[in-house]
Every structure is written in structure tokens, then in C-alpha cells.
Write a new protein. Sequence first.
Length: 281
Amino acid sequence: MIADLDQTIEQLLVDELPIKNGEIDVKFDQPTRGWSARLSRPTLNFFLYDVRENNVLRQHQWERMVDVNGRIAATAQQKRTPFRLDCHYVITAWAAEPQDEHRLLSRCLMALFRYPILPRQRLKGDLVAQPFDIMARLANHDRLTNPAELWGSLDNEIRPSISYLLTIAVDPWSEVSGPIVRTWTLRTGQTVTLPQETSLTDGSEMVSTFIGGQVLRADEPQPGVPVAIKGTGYVSTSDQKGIFTLGSVPPGSYTLVAWLPGGQPIERAITVPSERYDIEI
């Protein structure tokens, strides 16, 4: 994943500077004294000096997987949300003359400033399937606050450097399959046994049954469709994936109604509880 990020950065610079006939090298090495002494041509170096999780973008939750049509299968697939990693690079330019290094840094800045989000058509390898945009922050003032420490640890002379921060998604999780939850029950009441036991006092228990389904037309989810149980006050609207939720519904037989814009109401007989409440048109 990180190697693919290196390739993406290199190709972006080759296209945007532009770099022709290998006149400038783009490297991702540790800029030690011995390394810099061996350089034979002008070089832009992207040294990856730190990788850490972005805790601001952290999401510890499950996401529901759908097929290419957005339809939920009979067997549910869920997966944990990916980790978001901040990749911290330090950019340096190496040439025979300081003026050449400054020109090279300037051209690099102008090229990278144009892309606060890396274009998806430029991504390489596994980055092509990134679930989120790859955000970039260049020359950020709160990075490399003490560059002398970095250069001291590299045993090299301090030189102009630019911070470059890219945030990528890393997905180590596997999909987990299980039955779709279409009916769930909420029990409420009084208790005097907490926290030792979670039982409810006899006679105080109230049971609420919630149902869920999906509105489909030719296997395509239909968002924004009003759905109701005929003759009751239970009304819902399908979301972007066509999913609706109604509750709390007492057990029994009902008629489920959906109103599509410009069409006739679609009715379906249902029993609560049941295995499915999908409305197909």
C-alpha cells in the first residue's frame, strides 16, 4: 500500500513538472550523508519518516455491504470500517548549486499544491480501490517544527525541507456473513435488580417489535419512497439504499403500502414477525 503511494507520487511529478528523459530523479530514500554524497543528478527525495493512525478520522463501527446494484442480499455481509493512516514525508531537493535546488523545490511545490486530493485516475496498485479520497497537506506549519532534530538523527547537514502529509485508508478486515436482521424486539419495563441482573419486574414488561425492509424497482434500490402500514400510524421513508424501518408494530397481519412518485400505491400483505418485508415493483 505504501509502495503504491510512492509510485503515485513519482508518476504525479513526472507528469506535472514534467520530467523528461530521466533528467531529474525522484527517490524515497533516507537522506543520510553517505546517500547524498553518491547522487549524480538533480534529485527530489521523499523521505517517509513517520506513519501513524489518524485518530480524528477513526471510526470503530460496522458497515453493511451491498451488491453492485445496492441491493442487500439474503445473507448479510458486514465489515469493520478501514483504518486511516497519515503518511508523513519530508521533501528535499539535491543539486550541485543551491539555486538549482530552490528551483526544483519551487516546481515541486507548484505541482503538488494543485492536488489537495490525489486524482483517482493517477492512483497506482491497491490505491485504486481506496474507499476514501486521499487527502494531501503540503508545507503544513505544524509539521517539522524542529528540523534540526531530524537532520541530526540522519547525520547530515540541514537543508530546506517541505512537509508532505497524505492520508490513506488501510483495510485489514474480512467480511463477516450472517442473516439479515429484519425484525428486532425492544423490551422495556421496571427493574430492581440492576446492576447484578438485567431482568425486568414481572408485570412491567412492554414489548415493541420493529421491522425493516427495502424498496426495489428492477433490483434497483429506491430512495425517498414513503412506506406505511395501512390503517395505522406507522409511516417511514426509504433511505439512499432503499431501506426503511417501522416500529413499534404489534404482532399480527397487516398491509404494507409504498407510494412511488407518479405511480399507483403498491400493497403487500405481511405478517409481523416475518422473515422479510421487501417491496419489489
